[in-house]
Write a protein that binds this ligand. Structure first.
Ligand code: CA
Length: 718
């Protein structure tokens, strides 16, 4: 059995010291030692820094500090992958998006499901060891732009760390799953959320947050792994200058802002996903998100770069001290975050070895930077873009197309606010020299809002463009659908050119994993888990996962056997908002861990899922003006979860089929007073007046009549 003492960091340190001092001389020779299980999650700085030399484990979010998501394991390769089969599966028992990368250390898998629930499993068998539910209040989902998701945990010296959706950081005992400490990393009164995975550098747990759609001031925090005490906090945007600045970086950043952004929700710039670390340079790299509101004309009238929005920032991990930044989208106005996956690699460029940082942020350009100082080495668009012609490598700035800032008239953009690439991790294979990007190809319209008023606690985008995300007429909607595409893109960062691509049926597909077996693994929106050859993109193997996949796969080895594992379960921003596409493609959510090895033959139980909405709307009694008002209010308050045009992605009830359309009192009890709070439907009485509630209902009744007609004529089917 594991001893509790060994699980403590001090125990591990003592054991290491004793072994280094040679205090084991009275023990038997190694070969004769009794089998002693290692302390669980006994991960330290030495092990994390040398993670590349420990291919059997996956000890941090991107496998190594460089976040390449490349595994040196090669038992599963282009020759053998055909024999890959299901070794075991584990039901996660939640019904929202599943985005986590599992960690595997010393035979134990640590993973998360929706609602920030942590599971420890036997990595050989999937047998559950423990489960910890942080008990996030379900109505906190109102502050989650992009579903109640979680992207995974970090481990360090016998502890497992998870960021909860409500902004807490928790430390669990890796052996038992018991809570060691928890700390609120954000002001719980504000619409912050955590969906990203923590990272640990030398005993400091790093965690950011989300919430820039609603209105928050972004930052990254560092916490002592043993106590949970905050060591430092780095803000990504300046606060009110009259209150003074936290550091010189904030004073510098404030010169690039206009107006009173701190009164409009705090500027945004949340650090909700990407981090990477170079131990040699001792630099921590973070990706910074979009502004609040999106529309720069409102956020910072007259322009300015608005540092550090949409930037990659390098910090000292011990102190949070600013070192350098590179801004991908100066004065961003389209939700063009630079929170996307950051990969560190050593590339030979123009005959010289370079220490580079690579990112494919939302704005559609693939960036290669010198990670020592942030110098731009190259940038080229990896998907179709309409907002800029190119990036000027001399100035490091994009050259925008006139009109892209939609000041005078609406502008149809590629890529959309979902990006050319979102949170779904990419991967880099040093053998092929290629980066495998889960690319999105989706347009969006942006326009000045008819009126804008900052409303604390709900989405404050400051653009009406999203209203045109799907047009009003069914014919136009049907014409729009083929424009929404997605692909697996193999990108050569040296030449900034595409090597190969695989077009997918759906847009919102899984992250990628690449291996020394010349393989790339990716799950798809339409429920297939596929292996391709990494050099040519040849499709070699697939498995029907019965659910849309958005998470990336990972791989590990135990007792000489290589496993490939991924979490499946459809969800996230696209799944919630683009309900029309989800219903047309019939994508269910079945939340599971699926683990594969060679020669296994496991089967999944059959899934019976029919995406039907039963329409029974009452007669429409409201006038056009009321419906129009309901439409506007729906977009601001309801759309983010219940879907564009009131068509739900079915992770959340489709309001057009609600019996409460017949009952204004019951409708108000839910919408205004939180009767279904326990199910995740928050009380919106603080936002929605009785008149507005009636207007929203009138709008949904209109959409229900329309849905009924479409269902009769079968128009929503391709
Ligand atoms: Ca955003």
């Amino acid at each position: 059995m594991r001893t509790a003492e060994l699980a403590t960091p001090m125990g591990v340190v003592l054991a290491m010291l004793l072994s280094m001092l040679g205090c084991e001389s009275d023990r038997p020779e190694p070969a004769e030692r009794p089998a002693v299980e290692p302390a669980p999650a006994a991960v330290d700085a030495a092990r994390l820094t040398a993670a590349d030399g420990e291919p059997g484990s996956w000890m941090s979010y991107g496998r190594t500090y460089s976040e390449q998501r490349y595994s040196p394991l090669e038992q599963i390769n282009t020759e053998t992958v055909g024999e890959l089969g299901l070794a075991w599966s584990f039901d996660l028992e939640t019904e929202r998006g599943i985005e986590a990368t599992s960690l595997v250390v010393d035979g134990v898998m640590y993973t998360t499901s929706a609602w920030s629930i942590v599971h420890a499993l036997d990595a050989r068998t999937g047998e559950p060891l423990w489960r910890y539910d942080p008990g996030v209040a379900k109505d906190k989902a109102r502050h989650a732009c992009c579903d109640a998701v979680n992207r995974g945990v970090a481990v360090w010296q016998g502890q497992v760390f998870v960021g909860a959706l409500d902004g807490r950081l928790l430390a669990l005992d890796a052996a038992t799953g018991k809570l060691n400490w928890e700390v609120a990393t954000v002001d719980p009164a504000l619409p912050y959320t955590i969906t990203g995975a923590p990272r640990v550098i030398r005993g400091k747990v790093l965690i950011g947050n989300g919430g820039a759609e609603f209105g928050v001031r972004g930052f990254l925090g560092a916490y002592d792994a043993n106590t949970g005490e905050r060591v430092w906090r780095f803000y990504t945007v300046p606060g009110n200058p009259e209150l003074g600045f936290e550091n010189a970086a904030m004073a510098m950043a404030a010169k690039t802002w206009n107006g009173k952004w701190w009164e409009l929700g705090g500027g945004g710039g949340t650090v909700w996903d990407a981090m990477a670390y170079d131990p040699e340079l001792d630099l921590l790299y973070i990706g910074v998100g979009n502004g609040t509101p999106w529309n720069q004309e409102i956020r910072s009238p007259g322009g300015g770069d608005n540092l550090f929005l949409s930037s990659i920032v390098a910090l000292r991990p011990d102190t949070g001290e600013y070192v350098w930044h590179y801004q991908t989208t100066p004065g961003e106005s389209w939700d063009y975050t630079a929170t996307q996956h950051i990969i560190l690699a050593d590339l030979e460029l123009d005959g010289k070895p370079r220490q580079v940082l690579m990112q494919a942020p939302k704005n559609g350009f693939f960036y290669v930077l010198d990670r020592r100082d942030g110098t731009l080495l190259s940038a080229d668009n990896y998907i179709n873009i309409t907002w800029a012609t190119h990036v000027d490598v001399k100035t490091g700035r994009p050259v925008e197309v006139p009109g892209a800032r939609y000041k005078d008239s609406p502008f149809l953009m590629f890529p959309s606010y979902l990006g050319g690439h979102n949170w779904h991790p990419m991967s880099y294979n040093p053998d092929t020299g290629l980066v495998y990007i889960p690319a999105l190809d989706i347009p969006a319209n942006y326009a000045q809002p008819e009126k804008f008023r900052y409303r604390p606690g709900i989405t404050n985008l400051g653009t009406d463009g999203i209203l045109a995300g799907l047009p009003d007429s069914q014919a136009e909607r049907d014409a729009m659908r083929p424009l929404v595409a997605g692909r697996l893109l193999a990108w050569n960062p040296k030449t900034q050119k595409e090597a190969w691509r695989v077009e997918h049926k759906g847009s919102w597909n899984g992250g990628t994993l690449t291996t020394a077996g010349n393989l790339v693994f990716q799950g798809t929106a339409d429920g297939r888990f596929v292996a391709y050859s990494a050099d040519e993109g040849k499709r070699l193997w697939d498995f029907p996962a019965q659910t849309g996949i958005v998470a990336p796969a990972m791989t590990y080895e135990i007792d000489g056997e290589q496993y490939v594992s991924l979490n499946v379960g459809w969800g996230g921003a696209f799944a919630l908002v683009f309900g029309e596409f989800v219903q047309a493609e019939s994508i269910p959510n079945v939340s599971r861990v699926l683990t594969f090895k060679l020669g296994a033959t496991g089967q999944l139980p059959a899934v019976d899922w029919q995406p039907t909405v039963s329409f029974d709307p009452p007669p429409q009694t409201a006038d056009d003006e009321t419906i129009r008002e309901g439409f506007a209010e729906y977009q601001d308050v309801c759309m983010g979860c219940h879907g564009l045009n009131a068509v739900s992605g079915l992770l959340i009830p489709d309001l057009r089929g609600s019996a409460l359309l017949h009952d204004q009192t019951g409708w108000d009890a839910v919408v205004r007073n939180g009767a279904l709070r326990e199910n995740g439907m928050a009380a919106f009485g603080d936002q929605v007046s009785p008149e507005q509630s009636r207007a929203i209902r009138a709008y949904v009744i209109q959409q229900a009549w329309r849905g009924l007609e479409v269902q009769k004529t079968g128009l929503t089917r391709r």
